[in-house]
Design a protein around this ligand. Structure first.
Ligand code: ADP
Ligand code: ADP
Length: 228
């Protein structure tokens, strides 16, 4: 579970990116995090992934207290997360299979575990026939599904997706959101940061809206003023 209590983030230059944010995300929830440019979404992602530390308040992520986490514990906290970036960040010189194996090897998985897990996850994202393709041989939507497979490969309890549909056309974007919903239905908590308002409104999920560093709405079903 994710718990933020009165979280503030002030950058070195004095910019207050988050101003007193409190929010709980239960295990198994699906949450869209939305808001205009500059509202603090990227900052929130950086806090959740432990890339930066909040300057006030408390944060708990999957059993780890981020306010007093040690350098040794931080990688363990990160292993509870699968992160999906807008620009995919795949290794171009490795095949799809090797991209996934690389991430499993990093946490000490055995060859046998890889041989079992990688085909399972590729099937889940609908890429079982692309295991031996290189990223450059895949469409944008397929590359993003590889990125999802990579985020899932070590069985994290939470997926955090930062503008995952930003580089996709509307149809692929819809498919991708449906895939994230399916992954959520299998038990993984999913947090999606997005600008894609029309897409968010289709799903009827919890939507947390940020504006100038504050949560201005936290509702199930859509944006403030949006159709439910
Ligand atoms: P988006 O609107 O897609 O979130 P931004 O252009 O706001 O993208 O931010 C892109 C990156 O630049 C982020 O990592 C963000 O933290 C960083 N960034 C944004 N504003 C500033 C700033 N004023 N000074 C330094 N880095 C910034
Ligand atoms: P969003 O992702 O919603 O566009 P950000 O979290 O990137 O918002 O930015 C929130 C505010 O913090 C903005 O005013 C932005 O300029 C500022 N900001 C972001 N990153 C940095 C940074 N590294 N240094 C200083 N200011 C930053």
């Amino acid at each position: 579970m994710i718990k933020l209590k009165d979280v503030e983030m002030e950058y070195d230059n004095g910019t207050k990116a988050l101003r007193g944010v409190s929010m709980d995300i239960e295990d198994g929830e699906f949450v869209f995090l939305v808001g205009p440019s500059g509202s603090g979404k990227s900052t929130m992602i950086k806090l959740l992934t432990g890339e930066v530390e909040c300057t006030a308040g408390k944060m708990m992520i999957n059993g780890f207290s981020l306010t007093r986490i040690s350098d040794r514990q931080l990688p363990l906290m990160r292993r509870t997360l699968g992160i999906i970036f807008q620009d995919f960040r795949l290794i171009e010189k490795k095949t799809v299979y090797e991209n996934l194996a690389f991430v499993m090897r990093a946490v000490g998985a055995s060859q046998r575990e890889m041989v079992e897990r990688i085909p399972y996850v590729l099937k889940l994202v609908g890429l079982e026939r692309k295991a031996h393709s290189f990223p450059t041989e895949l469409s944008g939507g397929e590359q993003q599904r590889v990125a999802i497979a990579r985020a899932l490969i070590n069985n994290p309890s939470t997926i955090i997706a930062d503008e995952p549909t930003g580089n996709l056309d509307p149809e692929r974007a819809l498919d991708l959101m449906k895939l994230l919903v399916k992954i959520n239905s299998l038990g993984t908590t999913v947090v999606v940061v997005t600008h894609a308002k029309a897409l968010v409104d289709r799903f009827g999920k919890r939507v947390v809206t940020l504006q100038t560093g504050r949560i201005i709405s936290d509702v199930v079903g859509g944006y403030v003023g949006g159709k439910i």
